[in-house]
Write a new protein. Sequence first.
Length: 87
Amino acid sequence: MKRWLWLCPLFLVLTGCANNDDGIDHSAVQSAQAPLKAAAQRTGGDWSKLSPEEQKLFLDRARGNEKSAKMIFSMFASGPPAAPPRH
């Protein structure tokens, strides 16, 4: 069994698992998220300060679920999560 473990990295490389191309257009994602991020940061994380149009943007992103929309809003308002500590 241990003799075959060295084949795992080779298999991953040959099958494309090491490829960084995930098929996502990251610039398109960033441009789609820009209005959400700007609105969340402009209001300082206060949902009630959003205009009805901005609230609708978040609700549309959350497929109409207000709790999820507020969660998305708070994630945009607080910025990216901190990296986990290294030991």
